[in-house]
Design a protein around this ligand. Sequence first.
Ligand SMILES: NC(=O)c1ccc[n+]([C@@H]2O[C@H](COP(=O)([O-])OP(=O)(O)OC[C@H]3O[C@@H](n4cnc5c(N)ncnc54)[C@H](OP(=O)(O)O)[C@@H]3O)[C@@H](O)[C@H]2O)c1
Length: 313
Amino acid sequence: MKAVEIHHYGGPEELKYEEAPLPAISPDEVLVKIYASGVNPIDYKIRQGSRSKENGHFPRILGWDFSGVIEKVGDNVVGWKTGDEVYGRPDPSRDGTYAEYAAVKVGEFGRKPVSVDHKAASGIALAGLTALQGLFEHGRLQEGDRVLIHGAAGGVGTFAVQLAKWKGAYVLATSSARNALYLEELGVDEVIDYEKEDFSQRVTDIDVVLDTRGGKTQEDSIRVLKPGGRLVSTVGIKDAETIRSKGIVPVSFMAQSRTEDLRQLSNLIDSGQLIPVVSQILPLKDAAEAHRLLEQGHTRGKIILQVVEENNS
Ligand SMILES: NC(=O)c1ccc[n+]([C@@H]2O[C@H](COP(=O)([O-])OP(=O)(O)OC[C@H]3O[C@@H](n4cnc5c(N)ncnc54)[C@H](OP(=O)(O)O)[C@@H]3O)[C@@H](O)[C@H]2O)c1
């Protein structure tokens, strides 16, 4: 099959579009024909060699976000069959989805939303699960709460904004001026231009901060939270002790792939309450260009790699 692999850690030029063996499946896995693969920051972090937990073998197929069709089911798999349309986030310590086929474990995929095509569906799982679990499981966000979402225009942020509004929260968000109007249309109540304004001077009484940035953004977020408020980070917490000493609950988490959560995201999309935001679609062979774009740090929503032309599907 065709796949995009790395043979060394390094820059985007290490991504090679080449022939790779078809993955073998174990009894609790399915073989998925990949139609499209979402591109995420974890992809370039692993490519750079900066994520020790997931580093491993070479050659290595990157990409852990997909939409496609089940081609073959393992002997122990129940409830799924050849031809089912699925999407999901496979285990990042294994070969990924920048490929024509991938082996995916039961539990790491769910039914694809029927109202969007594979391109849009391929960018939902990783960022959508992160937003869903970050806000509701780790943030314990409730109706009427005030939530501050950093990086609101990005992959995780665009899902988080919509999910928080769906829950009935009051949503504040940081972005550049370029995305302000867009985020208001998506439902944000107050957009703060991080290039012109210090959010910690303006914002108070926050119940939950969703931090996708870290660094100074994380430090400054401590001051805007209510006593007992939750600082939930997708990029790690720097000084949990200090945060706790100020009466704030620090939470760092890694999103988990779960069929049940994927089902909830699918249902929200199919009922029109959640819209996947896609900014660019590139062919699989242009994965290096997709990484260059994403690494600039200003993508709106998702960048997608298309593997199969959908009018041929
Ligand atoms: N722990 C987990 O399970 C998990 C899961 C998913 C992602 N992550 C991590 O979470 C981070 C975000 O992921 P992502 O997919 O959302 O990234 P992304 O899509 O690349 O985020 C890009 C967005 O960040 C915004 N941004 C850039 N600088 C900003 C600033 N100083 N303040 C506020 N917004 C800013 C940009 O908006 P402007 O163009 O308006 O600047 C852009 O829309 C990454 O580090 C990723 O690795 C962790």
